[in-house]
Design a protein around this ligand. Structure first.
Ligand code: AMP
Length: 538
């Protein structure tokens, strides 16, 4: 017997309609390049998204065609998030921090037909234009300077269409809505294609109390770029529940973000640890000066959160919530909530749980595997994390990379490349990326655990631990630290601190002090660059 419920299509247009009818006056605020705040609304966003959809159709863009964006976080990008899928086309956010050569490869590989680009990023377009045959280039302008020949002014384009003429194309929920390429620290970037259905279900997931609990009372500052896994899905979720969004615009500094969060009475913000470490310095310089009392949580993901950072924010009255995810998982996979059993636990026990990657959100399933098969959930046996769920990729987009197919198991789970332990309560604790793991004498050493401990030292700002080839042990850890303040800690001091927490064979062979650690386009430590530098010296 079949169920007798409606076959209601889960498309981004459903979210758009809701935003338009329920929250026409709820605000979308953008900090412009000159620091000015522009105020728009979901009503205006919906009107302009429909105008964009009509304009794209007039430019010959149809079902499944890719439309790229090369943009910072702002109201026009939010319009593209809805307007492009509303035309039946596919939003393809290009990561402006990648090497231009890689951006050209990605846009070409995805067959992007139209590019929507910020005026301040036209130099990137200039350097890739000969390699990517965009049919139309639409420029979101901030100045009155004349546009180069052949380019279309975004505002002039939209002004030609009346939102009232828009007709919903009645898309199938399995059609593609958006795509995003992995940031690929090794090998070529691979395309992940989100469907309308996965996007809507992922948006719902972010509203769950045990996820980020995004709701109608929220004022959200999405610091995570809109070109990185759809700003973790926040633009869709916020529109679904009518949360105010405050976009930081081009090149936001920690001071800009702090100013926006205090002046706009933010309740929630999201970004990678580097952003929050930067903001922490400002808070520490002037304790009590910045009023963040409106903030209920800062969601931190993309890399492990150092304990010192989480504790310092606690002292400033701001709660950090750690979450784990990947481009391939839309991204929400796990969130580090405190379950009932830990509500009255010792603060140290609670802190350890908060620092882990945490529990899979409903509809996401986890398991881990090593050379002996699936690992027990004992919190000790390490294995590669495998994941499945309705917003997890089932394959990459037309990848010629021979390793692309190996990312999926025979029974269709995605192999994440993260080395984890799963605890008896089902929560996940990430130990390493498979390619960053250190194997010494046949046993794994967690670089993340060592980094967390090193960053716990008062005079260490950043720490990355990498594997160095070693004749006797196979590999041994080498730590690279960036000091905080004028007196860098000595190696002996750091080793003595680590010796209190780790077995002797985990202690780094060498600790190198340097001014900075190279970072990926998403602000994570670029360990491959460190490995190249230090192994070359052996
Ligand atoms: P990306 O696809 O660029 O978002 O990168 C995904 C990778 O970032 C994951 O496979 C993890 O290795 C890492 N990552 C994401 N969230 C966390 C977290 N909370 N803690 C540690 N690593 C994380």
């Amino acid at each position: 017997m079949q169920g007798l419920m409606m076959d209601y299509p889960l498309t981004t247009n459903v979210i758009l309609r809701r935003a338009e009818t329920m929250y026409p006056h709820r605000e979308i605020i953008t900090r412009r390049g000159d620091g000015r705040l522009d105020r728009s609304s979901y009503g205006e966003m919906a009107r302009r998204a429909k105008q964009l959809a009509l304009a794209l159709a007039a430019l010959g863009i149809g079902r499944g065609d890719r439309v790229a964006t090369l943009s910072w976080n702002h109201a026009e990008h939010q319009e593209a998030y809805f307007g492009i899928p509303a035309a039946g086309a596919v939003l393809h956010t290009l990561n402006l921090r990648l090497p231009h050569e890689e951006i050209a490869y990605i846009a070409d590989h995805a067959d992007d037909r139209v590019l929507i680009v910020d005026e301040c990023l036209l130099d990137i377009y200039d350097s890739i234009r000969t390699r990517v045959p965009f049919e139309h280039v639409v420029v979101v302008r901030e100045s009155d300077a004349a546009l180069p020949e052949g380019m279309i002014d975004y505002e002039e384009l939209l002004a030609q269409y009346d939102a009232g003429d828009y007709v919903d194309p009645q898309l199938d929920e399995r059609e593609a809505a958006a795509m995003c390429y992995t940031s690929g620290t090794t090998g070529r970037s691979k395309g992940v294609v989100y469907s309308h259905r996965s996007t809507v279900l992922h948006s719902l997931a972010l509203t769950m109390a045990d996820a980020l609990g995004v709701c109608a009372a929220d004022v959200i500052v999405p610091v995570v770029p809109m070109f990185h896994v759809n700003a973790w899905g926040i633009p869709y979720t916020a529109a679904m529940v009518g949360a105010v969004q405050v976009f930081p615009g081009p090149r936001p500094t920690p001071a800009d973000i702090l100013e926006l969060m205090t002046s706009q009475r933010a309740t929630l913000a999201a970004g990678v640890p580097t952003v929050w470490l930067g903001m922490l310095e400002l808070l520490d310089q002037a304790p009590g000066k910045h009023d963040l009392s409106s903030v209920r949580a800062i969601a931190v993901g993309g890399a492990a959160s150092p304990q010192r950072m989480v504790e310092s924010y606690d002292r400033h009255g701001v709660r950090i919530v750690c979450a784990w995810g990947m481009t391939e998982t839309s991204p929400i996979g796990t969130v580090s909530i405190l379950p009932k059993e830990l509500q009255d636990a010792d603060p140290d026990v609670q802190m350890q749980q908060r620092l882990r990657q945490g529990f899979p959100v409903p509809l996401v399933e986890l398991r881990a595997r090593n050379e002996n098969g699936l690992v027990p959930w004992d919190g000790q046996t390490m294995g590669e994390l495998e994941i499945c769920g309705p917003w997890v990729a089932s394959q990459y987009y037309e990848s010629s990379d021979p390793t692309a197919g190996m990312a999926f198991t025979d029974d269709g789970w995605f192999r994440t490349g993260d080395i984890v332990v799963i605890r008896p309560d089902g929560s996940m604790h990430l130990q390493d990326r498979a390619k960053d793991v250190i194997k010494s004498g046949g046993e794994w050493i967690s670089s993340i655990a060592l980094e967390g401990a090193l960053m716990g030292h008062d005079r260490v700002a950043e720490a990355a631990v990498i594997a160095m080839p070693d004749e006797r042990w196979g590999e041994r850890p080498l730590a690279v630290v960036v000091p905080r303040g004028d007196t860098p800690p000595t190696s002996d001091e750091l080793l003595a601190m680590l010796a209190e927490q780790f077995p002797k064979w985990w202690l780094p062979e060498q600790i190198v002090v340097r001014k900075e650690i190279p970072k990926t386009s998403a602000g994570k430590f670029l360990k491959s660059a460190l490995r190249e530098q230090y192994t070359a010296r052996v």
